[in-house]
Design a protein around this ligand. Structure first.
Ligand code: ASP
Ligand code: MG
Length: 409
């Protein structure tokens, strides 16, 4: 007998018919002799709908109350799924995050899990029941309801799998797994059989939103075995695995893209200690998430500093920086949206050189201009015009033969 944690996302529980189908899959797993803990999201669109309601009654609702409201989305699903299981003849009990023993810090709307004491979960499993836990929510030590940030049900599932020492965590979603690239951009993108934690993390954080990246980080840290697979069919999914020595030959596992980016350049920044700190502290205090940062070599005592961020945050970033630009004596600030980021990711980049040159060559041949470049140990990212993104991605995918699977050397 194995113990599975199965997580079903919003689309997979999007209506009552789908909830009944999830119940069938859960029953099949249990009938095969396994213990099952199910984690569910709110039905698709529900969380967004609740946020909209909140904004209708208050432009800036208190975050404590927002959490009380948002937690109801997942609570609806756990109860409905438990009922569907009952109707199909299985014993199932629904638990809120708090009842499942999920304790978080007190940062409302983006709480971090502090610890999990899954006493009730174990007791119910021992009784032979299916345990259904509300994703995305927990409670503070003081008993306040909290939520874990958008996409947080993934984190609930991974963290619970670690806490109950599950044999496997299965993330059920509406795609077959992790692909070499977004199939909507590249029709011949290929599903990957496996991917390392590290690669998955880079893919997730650079735009391939199959899973919340915090949950992947958590899984890596605690060695949680998990797979991503489709709740609408029985196709094998993608296993996320510990890196093995043979993966060193995998130079590019996949391409990840991020649209809706914007670029800000602060020009003529005086070349002295503390100016970069002044810029980025101001942005951090405004809770703006910055992605790439590039600073030029200084000439004549001044330098240009550029960074990218989500387009939706651009206006706020400009407003935040205006006084800073004046205070540090920079020459000015310019901004541009309509840009996108393309990243190639692979473990083997650590030990193989020349990949960046190949990527630039591929884009250059297509007459696609690169505006910014950044690299990590296992990733090369370029910023380009959003209008050229699809073409650039298809070109890169074909150039490295990713339709046949990972690019290896
Ligand atoms: N319902 C929450 C959201 O939409 C959490 C989740 O689905 O994972 O972000
Ligand atoms: Mg989700």
């Amino acid at each position: 007998m194995a113990l599975f944690v199965q997580k079903y996302g919003g689309t997979s529980v999007g209506n009552t018919e789908r909830i009944r189908r999830v119940a069938q899959r859960v029953i099949e797993t249990q009938r095969a002799g396994h213990g099952v803990v199910v984690v569910v999201s709110a039905m698709s669109g529900v969380t967004d709908g609740l946020i909209k309601l909140a904004r209708e009654v208050a432009p800036d609702p208190p975050e404590r109350e927002l959490d009380v409201l948002l937690a109801t989305g997942e609570q609806t699903t756990i109860a409905l799924l438990a009922m569907a299981l009952h109707a199909a003849g299985a014993r199932a009990v629904s638990l809120t995050g708090a009842q499942a023993g999920i304790v978080t810090d007190g940062v409302h709307t983006k709480a971090k899990i502090a610890n999990i004491t899954p006493k009730q979960v174990h007791r119910l499993l021992d009784d032979g029941a299916v345990v259904i836990v509300a994703g995305f929510q927990g409670q503070t030590m003081e008993g306040q309801i909290t939520t874990l940030g958008r996409g947080g049900s993934d984190l609930t599932a991974i963290a619970l799998a670690a806490a109950v020492n599950a044999d496997l965590c299965q993330i059920f979603t509406d795609v077959d797994g992790v692909y070499t690239c977004d199939p909507r951009l590249v029709p011949d993108a290929r599903k990957l059989d496996e991917i390392s934690y590290e690669e998955m993390l880079e893919m997730a954080s650079s735009g391939s939103k199959v899973m919340q990246s915090r949950s992947v980080e958590f899984a890596k840290k605690f060695g949680v075995r998990f797979e991503v697979r489709n709740s609408f069919n029985n196709n094998p999914g993608t296993m996320i695995v510990e890196e093995t020595p043979s993966m060193e030959s995998v130079v590019i596992r996949g391409i990840s893209v991020e649209k809706n980016q914007a670029k800000v350049t602060v020009a003529g920044v005086p070349d002295r200690p503390g100016t970069a700190a002044a810029i980025f502290n101001a942005l951090a205090e405004a809770h703006l998430v910055i992605d790439m940062i590039v600073q030029n070599v200084s000439a004549h005592g001044a330098t240009d500093v550029s960074f990218t961020l989500n387009k939706d945050d651009l206006a706020r970033a400009q407003a935040t920086l205006e006084p800073v630009v004046a205070r540090i004596g920079a020459a000015g600030m310019s901004a541009q949206d309509g840009i996108a980021k393309l990243s190639v990711v692979g473990i083997g980049m650590r030990s193989h050189s020349g990949i960046a040159a190949k990527l630039f060559d591929c884009l250059g041949q297509g007459g696609i201009n690169i505006q910014m470049i950044s690299t990590s140990e296992i990733k090369i990212a370029v910023v380009l015009d959003e209008s050229r993104l699809a073409e650039a991605t298809q070109r890169t995918h074909a150039y490295f033969g990713l339709n046949e699977g990972a690019y290896t050397v």
